[in-house]
Design a protein around this ligand. Structure first.
Ligand code: FAD
Length: 443
């Protein structure tokens, strides 16, 4: 049995490692076009902010580690074509500029997503950065630590843009986020994202909402950013406007792609072509609440689905239980997290829903340092089944949203979770935990 994996980070190396654990004798070959394998891109904002100054700590396993496991890995090797009828891939050795064919019995596509480079005049000026790969992170860290860099403009107020804003404040920069919609973190509803916006503004971050960048300008390097509303000084610009599945090389290969280029897969990570699997940011993922495939590029899904694909390539018959889109973010002194669907999703899908919004505390006020937690719930109107939860606060937020994730996964109703016996001791929570209180606010 020979397995070829395209892409060597979360989904790809999870698949390769699982396949190896299941079959010690299989030949496993990984082609990765970048310089590194198996690193945690999620740790990049904290590497840039200086919480961790060693990029090697982001690498879970090196090429040498994989070779010891009998997984052959080829860095700077890009698969440029797939020929399913011959079970072949065409590989380009980037550094030597040579090409060769390789064959497979089973193929795993785990090529992730590429940063969207917005078509803005001046986007290629020196001083404009992106944050997707470890190399991007190393370049950005080196650039931002130059003493003359003071004014930092971030284009895009999504997860990555806001995580970068947090890092830049930690580094003492003057930060401006320019976002074309009316709010940041649009995976959250306004009640929660507004709290995060307030935290950013309280820390002197300028949030320019409903505004779009028209030009980035400067003599040799970036000096100004011009929007439809104003002109802003910028020593450094970071564009974080989203990602797109890196599947261009699959066009005309016969693999079914969704409109945005994501690979269509079933719950077993099978594509429409026999013996070809896909997972991670290059593919769609089954959503447990919506009961349909959607595109959610997150490391949680990439790791789990990659591992499942690895098992299925080796003869298992596992199905992914489905994502809830659970995600969390630290923004200066606040945490925010979400799981399931938002009210915006429920509205868009014309669902019959009800919501509750509760302000409560992480633990009783008689124990020092109690801080507020705001929780929003989205429930099915007729049954009160919990469909989504979001929260923000200084602490104790993310693990509470994890409780909601488990409840939504198990299709619990708000009244059931409202009476669930959660831990109580004053340093941690009240007799009625914040989770119970929010559930009992659902009418
Ligand atoms: P990738 O990690 O993108 O890996 C794909 C690899 O394939 C790449 O290395 C690429 O070079 C290679 N490749 C592409 N095309 C080819 C080709 N044709 N031939 C060979 N190789 C190819 N997720 C979370 O859940 N929580 C977080 O807190 C979080 N924070 C993040 C913060 C940042 C700054 C970033 C950038 C991402 C974050 N994510 C987070 C998202 C998470 O990192 C991704 O979902 C995850 O890395 C996806 O894994 P993947 O293996 O599908 O793709």
């Amino acid at each position: 049995m020979k397995i070829v994996v395209i892409g060597g980070v979360a989904a790809g190396m999870s698949a390769a490692s699982k396949a190896r654990r299941m079959d010690k004798g299989a030949e496993i070959v990984v082609y990765e076009k970048g310089y590194h394998l198996s690193y945690g891109a999620c740790g990049l904002p904290y590497y840039i902010s200086g919480l961790n100054d060693d990029e090697k700590k982001l690498i879970a396993r090196t090429q040498e580690d994989f070779h010891k496991l009998g997984i052959q890995t080829f860095l700077r090797h890009e698969v440029i074509k797939m020929i399913p009828e011959n079970k072949q891939v065409l590989v380009r050795d980037i550094d030597n500029n040579t090409m060769f064919f390789d064959t497979y019995d089973k193929l795993m596509i785990a090529v992730g997503a590429n940063t969207i480079i917005p078509s803005i005049k001046g986007i290629d000026l020196e001083g404009v950065h992106f944050l997707k790969t470890l190399e991007d992170g190393m370049l950005l860290k080196a650039a931002v630590n130059q003493p003359q860099i003071r004014d930092v403009v971030i284009i895009g107020g999504g997860y990555i843009g806001i995580e970068i804003a947090d890092a830049m404040v930690e580094l003492g920069k003057q930060v401006r986020v320019i976002e074309m919609t009316s709010g940041i973190l649009t995976n959250f509803d306004g009640e929660i994202s507004d709290l995060i916006a307030e935290e950013l503004r309280d820390n002197d971050v300028e949030l320019n909402l409903d505004e779009h960048v028209e030009e980035i300008a400067g003599q040799q390097k970036v000096e100004w950013v011009r929007t439809n509303k104003g002109l802003y000084k910028a020593d450094l610009v970071i564009a974080a406007v989203g990602v797109r599945p890196a599947t261009k090389f699959l066009e005309n290969s016969g693999i079914s792609l969704a409109k945005n280029g994501a690979i269509k897969i079933d719950k077993k990570m099978c594509t429409n072509i026999a013996d070809i699997y896909a997972a991670g940011d290059c593919a769609q993922v089954y959503n447990r609440v919506l009961k349909q495939n959607i595109y959610i590029p997150l490391g949680t899904n990439a790791n789990k689905c990659g591992r499942l694909a690895g098992a299925n390539m080796m003869g298992a018959n596992e199905e992914y239980v489905g994502t809830l889109g659970s995600a969390a973010i630290k923004v200066l002194g606040m945490e925010a997290a979400r799981t399931g669907i938002s009210e915006a999703d429920a509205k868009r899908l014309d669902m019959n829903y009800t919501t509750a919004f509760a302000k409560t505390y992480d633990h009783p006020s008689y124990y020092p340092d109690a801080t507020p937690i705001w929780i929003k719930l989205i429930c099915e109107k007729s049954t009160k089944k919990i469909l989504g939860a979001q929260a923000a606060g200084a602490k104790g937020v993310v693990l509470r949203i994890d409780i909601f994730a488990a409840a939504i996964h198990s299709e619990m109703t708000a009244p059931e979770l409202g009476m669930t016996d959660l831990c109580y001791a004053p340093p941690f929570s009240g007799a009625w935990d914040a989770v119970n209180i929010a559930c009992n606010a659902v009418k």
